[in-house]
Write a protein that binds this ligand. Structure first.
Ligand SMILES: [Zn+2]
Length: 378
């Protein structure tokens, strides 16, 4: 018994080229096994498979998207909207309570499994979480986070990071998660350490992620060491010397951008910053719900589009997002950007952009692909 169905949606993306309008996916079930038999223009599919039932799946059809920026070990942190500075204080409190741990990460992974998402970029602060991720069925990159603003600690922190990464790298498996490195931000990792870490990453082909231009107050911190972010960090980094340029230009001057780190948030940027990103070929990750919750402002989607920059989507942590559901992140981006961001562009970002952020290629939907590979955006 052969059963055929034509699924259509507002946007159809097979993992190649540009997501299409007016297209569909033909599915065939033989003995309880459903496969894709064609992805094409809907009219073409209708004439090719006149006996197939037509079904509208909703928003989009694509390979499963990527959650390109998460903090799984913060999954037990209550959603904490408010200023970015207050949020950082709450993260520090949550961390000290001991609840930033493997149990929290496992809860986050269950949320991913419910969505059918298995490819992620995750920031990791706990050794047992890193080991767990490297042994899991997940794919993508687990970035070991470094937070060390004191230049006096640079050598010791570097040596410790080298030791840990060596241990983690031994646990990598073909097809599994890879080890990456995440200097937390350009201001919470001292300049000498940041340079050493980036050199290490280049030498060992370690993928990098770094939070940049998230809070609007970052600009004052970098310009002349003033504002609410400086008030927050002053006790941790009294030796901070404002570089007098934006965080993106600071990374450019330190030759960090040329190592092509994936840049997280990038909300408070100007066109020169975006041009610097374009020149370096870095991918940017957009976390709209987190940016709104932490009062960071609106990510200038259209500016990145104008300069042809690859943008991925991420939920960030449970502390700054109501949940880890990527489809809700996409919906939030639609609401936030309105006509400035097309659905085709957003679906491309969630899939292809996400894979690019992790240095990977998306799977393709083609004849013979198992239907379980098809992700339905309702
Ligand atoms: Zn983050």
């Amino acid at each position: 018994m052969i059963d055929r169905k034509l699924l259509t949606a507002d946007v159809v993306y097979n993992g190649l080229g540009i997501p299409r309008l007016g297209a569909g996916v033909a599915l065939q079930t033989v003995q309880a096994e459903t496969q894709i038999i064609a992805v094409d223009e809907l009219e073409q599919l209708k004439s090719q498979f006149p006996d197939a039932r037509l079904e509208n799946a909703g928003l989009a059809l694509s390979p499963a998207p990527v959650n390109a920026h998460m903090h799984l070990d913060l999954s037990s942190m209550p959603f904490s909207p408010g200023s970015y500075e207050d949020f950082i204080r709450k993260v520090i409190g949550h961390d000290r309570s001991g609840k930033r741990n493997l149990e929290a990460a496992k809860d986050g992974i269950i949320q991913l499994q419910k969505q059918g998402i298995d490819t992620i970029g995750d920031i990791v602060t706990e050794e047992d979480v890193m080991v767990y991720l490297l042994r899991s069925e997940l794919k993508g990159v687990a970035y070991w986070e470094v937070f060390a603003p004191d230049p006096a600690d640079a050598d010791q922190e570097f040596n410790e990071t080298v030791r840990l990464l060596k241990r983690f790298k031994e646990l990598e498996r073909p097809g599994g998660m890879r080890v990456g490195l995440s200097p937390h931000t350009p201001h919470t990792v001292s300049e000498p350490l940041l340079k050493k870490l980036v050199t290490l990453a280049k030498q060992n082909q370690l993928p990098l992620q770094i939070h940049v231009a998230e809070s609007a107050h970052e600009l004052a911190l970098y310009k002349d060491a003033s504002g609410p972010l400086w008030e927050l960090y002053k006790p941790f980094m009294p030796y901070w010397q404002a570089p007098g340029v934006s965080p993106v230009q600071y990374l450019k001057e330190l030759n960090v951008l040329e190592a092509q780190p994936t840049l997280i948030h990038m909300v408070n940027v100007d066109e020169n910053d975006v041009k610097a990103v374009q020149t370096s070929g870095c991918v940017v990750v957009h976390c709209p719900r987190s940016n709104t919750a932490l009062e960071c402002g609106r990510f200038p989607w259209e500016l990145y589009a104008k300069h042809g920059i690859t943008v991925a989507l991420g939920t960030d942590s449970s502390g700054s997002s109501p949940n880890l559901v990527l489809a809700e992140e996409l919906q939030a981006a639609r609401n936030l950007h309105g006509e400035k961001a097309s659905l085709q562009g957003l679906i491309w970002s969630a899939v292809k952009g996400g894979y690019r952020a992790l240095g990977m290629n998306p799977p393709k939907l083609t004849r013979g692909t198992n239907a379980s590979e098809l992700y339905i955006w309702t």
